[in-house]
Design a protein around this ligand. Sequence first.
Ligand code: CP
Ligand code: NVA
Length: 310
Amino acid sequence: MLKGKDLISIHDLSADEVYEILDFAADLKVMQNMKIPHRYLEGKTLGMIFEKSSTRTRVSFEVGIFQLGGTGLFLSSKDLQLGRGEPIKDTARVLSRYLDGIMIRTFGHDRIIELAKYADIPVINGLSDLLHPCQVLTDLLTIREHKGKNFRSMKMAYVGDGNNMTNSYLYGAAKVGMHLSVATPANYKPNAEVFKNALADAEETRAEITWTENPIDAVKDADIIATDTWASMGQEAEHDDRKKIFAQYQVNRELLSHASKNAIVLHCLPAYRGEEITEEVFENNAHVIFEEAENRLHTQKAIMALTMTD
Ligand code: CP
Ligand code: NVA
């Protein structure tokens, strides 16, 4: 179903495609753990364009394509002609003649749309200012591992900045029918168009999607709590102001006392202790958070194997 397609937003996927990725990721994780060869992309090459920093995305994609029998090329925009002004549409048409897939991490989401429009190979969104779909698909896999497969019975809360993670959580929850309550300051809400689209998707799955300014209301009886940095890549200059604005949105012991007793905490990483999460809450949930980080590998292998296959 996903063969030859781009993976730019969870909103573009059908619910079946989301489950296909999660199921295949779980299978690949077993194969990896049991050392069963799974060279689905023998001889294929993935180009990985980075216009922003990365630890997890870079390493998990590069190791992932290698484990699938292919090769990954790390392409920093600082070294590409792209960084000197070569149009993205020309880069797309050139790379399509060498590669079998492109992963891109960039600022403006429209750059990914433009790349995909002109590339005739699958384009995977490795994070834009608007969305981070690979991370949220990974989080859905992690939630399934810890809370079971019935997303419709779960409540998730996101507390913090209404950023690319929040936007992708909205699309992910709406697609699988999970109750999601988002708490952000009024001036830092998730993207309005994403919120509208998520509500439309949620009509089909009957997911309850809500926004509040009050973190306690959001986490009430939640089974899963997620947060992310208060200052995303590109917002470094706002860091000090944001620390003050988001002070009431820290995931700490007091906030968690309002959640379900066995709630798990997710963090896409990197985490800033003492800001969006306390050291105590982070370390109490480290087993889940680092499983989540590992799951990037399995989820992205599934995405690559399903989209880049012949
Ligand atoms: N979570 C995540 O995408 O991490 P990196 O920025 O290290 O890739
Ligand atoms: N919101 C963060 C996510 C990092 C993985 C950022 O864009 O920097």
